[in-house]
Design a protein around this ligand. Structure first.
Ligand code: ATP
Ligand code: MG
Length: 156
């Protein structure tokens, strides 16, 4: 896994390159180990980018023992590790009203770490203090993973 720093639109981010799903799980573990209560992580990237793969690692890093990828119709999953871990997948939701009806905002301040797949759908519901992770597909096995600076700084 290779890391490089750069600046985009004045918001500093850190860039990681992974060359396999296992590599992405490893990065996820590192991130998970550094998550704190009430962290919200907004995760973006197209279908098959590796969002769930990264989250699997995050769950491990947070100390969740029984993480299983759930069926897509389950929108919010709750796990217990060193702190609670909430995995939200907004893929099947169509608008901010549907998302608000989930009571999603409660999960942002329940003392756990909350990671959200398809976070671009949150619109104005996205907390200002969210960390951001974007995964870009470079090739079949290569991914570029951009982590916002405050979270990335914890990984050093
Ligand atoms: N470097 C890599 N990092 C992550 N996944 C990779 C990588 N290389 C190949 N893959 C493969 O890409 C796929 C990623 O699937 P995953 O379910 O994690 O994506 P996703 O972004 O959650 O998709 P969806 O939008 O459908 O939820 C897996 O099949 C994984 O094995
Ligand atoms: Mg997924």
């Amino acid at each position: 896994m290779v890391a490089a720093g750069r600046s985009t639109n004045s918001k500093r981010i850190n860039e990681y390159s992974t060359r396999s799903a296992e590599d992405t799980v490893e990065l996820g573990k590192r991130i998970g180990a550094h998550l704190l209560p009430n962290d919200v992580i907004a995760l973006t990237g197209r279908l098959g980018a590796g969002k769930t793969t990264l989250i699997q690692g995050m769950a491990e890093g947070i100390g969740v023992r029984d993480y299983v990828t759930s069926p897509t119709f389950i929108i919010i999953n709750e796990y217990q590790g060193r702190i609670p871990f909430f995995h939200v997948d907004l893929y099947r939701l169509n608008n901010v009203d549907e998302i608000e009806d989930l009571g999603i905002e409660e999960y942002f301040s329940r003392g756990g770490a909350c990671v959200i797949e398809w976070a671009e759908k949150l619109g104005e519901l996205k907390p200002k203090a969210s960390h951001e992770i974007e995964i870009e597909i470079i090739s079949e096995t290569k991914r570029k993973i951009c982590v916002s600076s405050e979270l990335a700084a914890r990984l050093k």
